[in-house]
Design a protein around this ligand. Structure first.
Ligand SMILES: Cc1cc2nc3c(=O)[nH]c(=O)nc-3n(C[C@H](O)[C@H](O)[C@H](O)COP(=O)(O)OP(=O)(O)OC[C@H]3O[C@@H](n4cnc5c(N)ncnc54)[C@H](O)[C@@H]3O)c2cc1C
Length: 386
């Protein structure tokens, strides 16, 4: 049986390799970077993905590195008042079957990588940037940037936001730049001055800004993420999202919120992107997965979770269809398209709600204050999963 080729060894590509291997398929992962790895910050994982990690046989290992917040708190960044919370304790677990957890990206990626390395069906190669592919006589021929060539029975493009595979399949150019700039920092718990909400995942929303805090590595360190919606970007000006704009935008925030800015590093920032949901991401024996298929803003914290869900669904459809890859990939995308489009569009909406000012802020705060912390209506569809 010929191998399935996977372009990209991020969370999505490795999860796909593992899911396919568990169905008895041989897989070769071609990763562009010289090493497999992830950046050193946190990631949130809802019960929908815990169910998928269970199916991949890695949930317990990943949860071994996790921190389990007792609530997801939303607070106003201007006055530091709590607006609402989602209780993620016993009732949440009974409803969704799994706990909400947060984990270091390296630990999540590292455990999936370890599981891949333990499977004889999976070959892992680095320094293999997929540059082009063509279909020929029931096979996909892939060429890499270094000139290496591979023949597979199918190709899964899990090569992220700027996917080369997507450009051949969807041809929709560069992703949309949202103009939201993210600064991050992980610091030991003893450096955190105010630990009053340290057992929760807390998000403070304010005009054109928000800040997220949660603990990682079993609670030993605090992950801090500050985001601004850049006015300079909107005005088409220079230095959009630069550290001085971070300070400027947070100047109106409550002193407690401003104080927390010292935990984020100014050395690097990330500008957020997404894409309009596509109506097709499959071409014959080639399909896309994760950010290559449906990159999203971070506001539902679901990008990686969608990639892992994709992986499990993809492997299920491939197992059902045998060698009928086109049918399997079309069935996979049909199963995934609306769910992932909903995440992309709801994330944009949540981003807007988070960053409002004036009367819209008053309306948001009133709505949130009246919300039942045990009412999960907004999240039920997402967290019940697939
Ligand atoms: C600030 C922020 C916070 C976030 N928080 C969360 C969260 O809490 N929860 C959550 O679920 N998601 C979150 N996300 C989203 C999540 O990080 C992404 O959705 C997820 O990492 C996508 O995984 P992926 O494997 O599809 O893509 P990537 O992680 O981008 O992996 C793609 C891989 O492909 C490789 N590659 C690129 N081009 C090629 C090529 N031509 N050939 C071969 N290999 C190639 C890359 O080197 C990389 O290893 C967040 C994102 C941001 C920006």
């Amino acid at each position: 049986m010929k191998e399935i080729l996977v372009a990209g060894g991020g969370i999505g590509g490795l999860a796909a390799a593992l899911a396919l291997a568990l169905k008895g398929r041989r897989v070769r992962v071609l990763e562009k970077a010289p090493e497999f790895g992830e950046i050193g910050y946190g990631i949130q994982m809802g019960p929908n993905v815990a169910k998928m990690l269970e199916r991949l046989g890695v949930r317990e290992a990943i949860e071994g590195h996790a921190f389990f917040p007792d609530a997801l708190i939303f607070a106003d960044a201007l006055d530091n008042s709590e607006l609402t919370r989602i209780a993620v304790g016993k009732f949440f677990r009974e409803r969704y079957g799994y706990r909400y957890f947060v984990v270091h990206r390296r630990d999540l990626h590292g455990e999936i990588l370890k599981a891949c390395r333990a499977r004889p069906e999976i070959a892992l190669e680095t320094s293999r940037g997929v540059a082009a592919f063509r279909e020929e006589k029931g096979a996909v021929l892939v060429s890499c940037e270094g000139g290496q060539e591979y023949e597979g029975t199918a190709l899964v493009g899990a090569d992220g936001l700027r996917s080369a595979v997507r450009q051949a399949v969807v041809s929709d150019g560069a992703p949309r730049v949202a103009g939201h700039y993210v600064y991050r920092g992980v610091v030991p718990m003893e450096d955190i001055a105010d630990r009053s909400r340290a057992d929760a995942m807390t998000i403070w929303g304010g005009p054109d800004l928000h800040l997220v805090q949660y603990r990682l590595q079993g609670g030993a360190v605090m992950n801090n993420v500050a985001t601004i919606v850049s006015r300079r970007f909107r005005a088409g000006g220079k230095d959009a999202g630069a550290p001085d704009e971070l300070e400027e935008t947070f100047a109106r925030a409550h002193p407690h919120v401003r104080e927390m800015l010292k935990y984020v590093s100014r050395e690097r920032n990330w500008v957020l992107h997404d894409r309009e949901p596509a109506t097709n991401w499959t071409q014959g024996r080639v399909t896309l997965l994760g950010d290559a298929a449906h990159p999203t803003l971070q506001y539902l914290a679901q990008g990686a979770q969608m990639a892992i869900e994709d992986a499990v669904v993809l492997a299920d459809r491939v197992a059902e269809a045998g060698e009928g890859f086109e049918a399997a990939f079309l069935a996979y995308q049909a199963a995934r398209m609306n769910r992932t489009a909903r995440v992309v569009l709801t994330s944009r909406f949540f981003g807007e709600v988070l960053h409002v000012d004036g009367g819209a802020r008053a309306l948001r705060n009133d709505y949130c204050r009246k919300r039942d912390p045990l009412g999960y209506a907004e999240f039920d569809r997402l967290y019940r999963g697939i």
